[in-house]
Design a protein around this ligand. Sequence first.
Ligand code: GTP
Ligand code: MG
Length: 230
Amino acid sequence: MIDAHASPLPGPSPDEGGFLEAGRRLFAEPCDFLWAASSVPSLPPTAGPEIAFAGRSNVGKSSLLNALTGRKSLARTSHTPGRTRELNFFGLGGDVKQAKLRLVDMPGYGYAAAPKEQIAQWTRLTQDFLRGRAPLLRCFVLVDGRHGLKPPDEEMMDLLDRCALSYQLVLTKRDEVKDAEAERRVAETLERIARRPAAFPQIVFTSSRSAEGVAELRGAIARLLAEQTV
Ligand code: GTP
Ligand code: MG
């Protein structure tokens, strides 16, 4: 994890307060598919804390969910953008209906090739969900680490800032980025979110292929969960 006040090197950070181990334990717990919702009325009844994964289409949201939970095909992934079409809920830890934490895989945004009506429906659904979902602790906004922030990401952050929902950026596809470029990408991204009120000032650079950054992200999630339940 990199934070605004530490060295911008995208390497592993010290295990603050044992959260790496807490994250490892949390994500070693059972995780199962719970619910798919294509509209707000069809959302599952709330029960315990949730985190969501948002990001441009094809950025690697479903792949990261699989990497975090160590299950290859929990969430459906695809080479073709627009794979995830609903809000998919997964229950982590304990009984799936009363899970310790729910993980929400969201449809991607910025996918221009989908039919207009479909895009409008996904946009409405994700915006309404992010605005109004009380148990949502944080939205992880995934950004392609090869390219950095794009206008649709800025729009998503504008929305999250407006509704004051905590969000944290996660750069993806670290395996495709050279070290020096990765360093620059983290530094420039931190700079661009510095004045955003709801942005958590730390960035994790992950790869679902090499698993780089995945343990750190698990740790960040375990910490978030621990801090909200004290
Ligand atoms: P939508 O559901 O369409 O919004 O996409 P998504 O964000 O869920 O992406 P998904 O996980 O389906 O992955 C999209 C493509 O990126 C697939 O071809 C994955 O194999 C690839 N991909 C995902 N994560 C990584 C990664 O860490 N490294 C590399 N090299 N490729 C990745
Ligand atoms: Mg997906």
